[in-house]
Write a new protein. Structure first.
Length: 338
């Protein structure tokens, strides 16, 4: 088969790889593959290479160059290695079904082991204060009402963005203070019933308006389009970045005038929605142990939960505090020897 008749990389993924891998069913996993394929195609264009890349073009040299290009855009080693894994998977399947030459070994980038960090109670309080200074409206509610309800609800539940956005009013009991996450919206596919704190109930009640299916339906951005593809919640992340910036970096800055450029290199994406989830995990683990945190987060492995817990916030222990105090006493044989 000549290079000219090899399928393009997107077409190969859609028409050959996906049908041959029925385990790849999650919309999120499928989109992750499509994102990496898109990165490879954009690298090809950036290199001004002729035509469109085919599956035969996915070799070690191309993968290494695409990884270097993605890294030059400021992407983390973790993200760069995700590109490598997807391209290696596609190339390996090309070897199986199209008799392409075997792929030579590609080395991943070294990833620094990041220690999880969580917000303190004071920091979250400052963020809530700044959120209350927001002006403007989201349909029938104010932007400040939405932002405060979002922060309080995610902190109270430790839920992922997609799960909270999918919550319906019929799954929230404002009188009894209970929120139910449907099984299909949780990672472990099990329903979660979460007791709400009084301040969370009050914040959610402020969003209780007519003709809306859920409390966060007032958010008009980042919603899946007609194609059903999920969105990376960029608009929500930017809003939270501005709140964090004004709360913890520049207290004199008006949150309503801060720009995306100001926060771009100061507040990272990890300091937004996922850090609130890590704060939830850390607070639960500190008070009730990592097993309880694992259960409430819906993780299959305790190791996964450990990657969410800020160990610097856990109670400190030392051998001095744990070991019993030794007291001198005569040997038992002496007591009976008379």
């Amino acid at each position: 088969m000549s290079d000219s008749v090899y399928p393009g990389v997107p077409e190969f993924f859609r028409d050959r790889y996906r049908p041959d891998h029925p385990e790849l069913q999650s919309p999120r996993s499928i989109e992750d593959y499509e994102i990496q394929v898109g990165h490879f195609c954009r690298w090809w264009t950036a290199e001004a290479k002729p035509g469109k890349p085919t599956i035969a073009d996915v070799n070690r040299e191309a993968i290494n160059s695409a990884m270097a290009w993605l890294s030059s855009l400021g992407r983390s080693p973790h993200t760069v290695n995700k590109l490598m894994r997807v391209l290696k998977a596609l190339a390996g399947h090309g070897v199986e079904v199209l008799d392409l030459p075997p792929l030579k070994k590609v080395k991943p980038y070294k990833c620094p082991k990041r220690k999880p960090s969580a917000w303190t109670e004071d920091q979250l309080g400052e963020m809530l204060y700044v959120a209350g200074q927001l002006r403007g409206k989201l349909g029938p509610v104010t932007l400040s009402q939405f932002a405060r309800a979002w922060i309080l609800t995610q902190y109270n539940t430790g839920s992922r963005v997609s799960a909270l956005m999918a919550v319906r009013w019929e799954k929230i009991d404002l009188v009894g203070g209970l929120l139910v996450l449907k099984a299909e919206d949780t990672k472990d596919k099990e329903e979660q019933r979460i007791a709400l704190k009084a301040e969370t109930v009050a914040a959610l009640a402020a969003l209780r308006v007519a003709n809306l299916g859920g409390p966060f339906d007032v958010w008009p951005y980042d919603r899946p389009g007609r194609d059903g593809r999920r969105r990376p919640w960029k608009a929500l992340t930017l809003l939270l970045k501005k709140i964090v910036y004004c709360a913890l970096v520049d207290a004199d800055q008006d949150v309503n005038t801060v720009t995306a450029k100001q926060v771009q290199h100061v507040i990272s994406r990890r300091d937004c929605t996922h850090k609130i989830r890590r704060t939830f995990a850390t607070e639960i683990a500190a008070r009730h142990g990592i097993k309880v945190a694992q259960e409430l987060l819906g993780h299959a492995s305790e190791l996964t939960t450990a990657a969410y817990v800020d160990v610097s916030r856990l109670p400190s222990h030392s051998a001095r505090d744990i070991l019993p105090t030794l007291v001198e006493r005569p040997p038992k044989w002496k007591l009976f020897a008379g």
